[in-house]
Design a protein around this ligand. Structure first.
Ligand SMILES: *Cc1c(COP(=O)(O)O)cnc(C)c1O
Length: 336
């Protein structure tokens, strides 16, 4: 049998055949439709193309060990998309509508969902489509909501490798309040710094710590951990409230770790990292271990410099829950 495309293509570059769409006419979302994935027709003056009125989500459906299909923390992702939409003055889709669209797309992709460690990555997207280049200071009067799906393989198909992050103290990833929104403009704003970190330092990511306040990386939350504790910044409007972050904290408590949500400085982080572990958390990779932190030209090894045992343990505990190897004691799974 030929190798399935999702195993050779980069994460997110292969799509399921069907997507769900619903247009908003200024008052309501129309009845959603399931359509073949194809280029969209939007006006060149569409609000999103000029004024970045876009928000998105990223969540996964997993094939369970019994062959069942399982959406992970659907309610949280729907709530966050609504919150992002409100921040951008886009119409927040009703929970039941968005839920139905996501479930229809998963159902239509049923045969194409890879076995674990692969999954179906879902990308609900909402953009302003009003054709009006004069609308820079007003919300879009029309919008398009759609749900794309991408079968994805093992995020670490090339093997688990410790990441290198560069600490950025001067420039923020986003603005206060917009840090909470999953909106395209934030990634555009952070890209220059990430490119710089890649080219100048051969780093994988930038760890944003404006004014010394360690927040998160370009597209993932940041946690410190050791055999006894998990430490991360408490939720505030400056950074994205990750569903993985929340899930890892709950599972860590279940496993007996002391979970500390507290602000910490770069010095405190570097001291912790001497003997502890650091990891990035997000839906795509779950937990990715950090091996090196580069700060002011000095490379600080995190623990042994390899991905730590507690990082691997928490990652395994979370994926076990997603795939049904462990029971769903928190009610996080929506069967499809
Ligand atoms: C999506 C995202 C995260 C992780 O959120 P999850 O819900 O865990 O996937 C963290 N930070 C940023 C900036 C993100 O875009």
């Amino acid at each position: 049998m030929p190798t399935p495309a999702h195993e050779t293509a980069p994460f997110g570059a292969v799509f399921a055949e069907k997507m769900a769409l619903s247009r908003w006419d200024g008052e309501r979302f129309e009845e959603p439709r399931l359509e073949p994935v194809a280029p969209l027709s939007i006006h060149p003056a569409a609000h999103v193309l000029h004024y970045s009125s876009s928000v998105f989500e990223g969540l996964k459906a997993h094939r369970g060990i019994m062959g069942d299909l399982r959406l992970f923390r659907l309610d949280r992702h729907i709530e966050r998309m609504q919150a992002s939409a409100r921040l951008l003055y886009l119409p927040p889709p009703d929970g039941p509508l968005l839920e139905r669209m996501i479930i229809e797309v998963v159902d239509a992709a049923r045969e194409a969902i890879p076995d674990p460690p692969g999954s179906l990555y879902l990308r609900p997207t909402l953009v302003g489509t009003e054709a009006n280049v004069g609308a820079a200071a007003s919300p879009s009067k029309q919008a398009l909501l759609y749900v794309l799906a991408s079968p994805v393989g093992d995020y670490f198909s090339g093997g688990i490798r410790p990441l290198k992050v560069v600490v950025e103290v001067n420039r923020p990833r986003s603005t206060p309040t917009f840090g909470m929104a999953k909106t395209g403009a934030n990634y555009a704003a952070a890209l220059g710094l990430i490119m710089e970190a890649k080219h100048t330092h051969a780093a994988d990511q930038v760890l944003f710590a404006p004014g010394g306040d360690v927040q998160e990386t370009g597209a993932a939350n940041f946690i410190l951990l050791d055999d006894d504790r998990v430490l991360t910044k408490p939720l505030d409007p400056s950074f994205l409230p990750g569903v993985t972050r929340d899930s890892v904290l709950v599972i860590a408590r279940d496993l007996g770790y002391e979970v500390i949500e507290a602000d910490f400085t770069i010095d405190e982080m570097l001291e912790f990292a001497e003997r502890g572990e650091a990891a990035l958390s997000g839906t795509a990779a779950v937990l990715a271990g950090v091996g090196t932190i580069l700060h002011e030209g000095t490379e600080h090894k995190v623990g042994s410099g390899e991905v730590g045992p507690n990082t691997l343990r928490l990652r395994a505990a979370l994926t076990a829950l997603q795939t049904g190897v462990a029971p769903d004691i928190h009610g996080w799974i929506r069967a499809v």
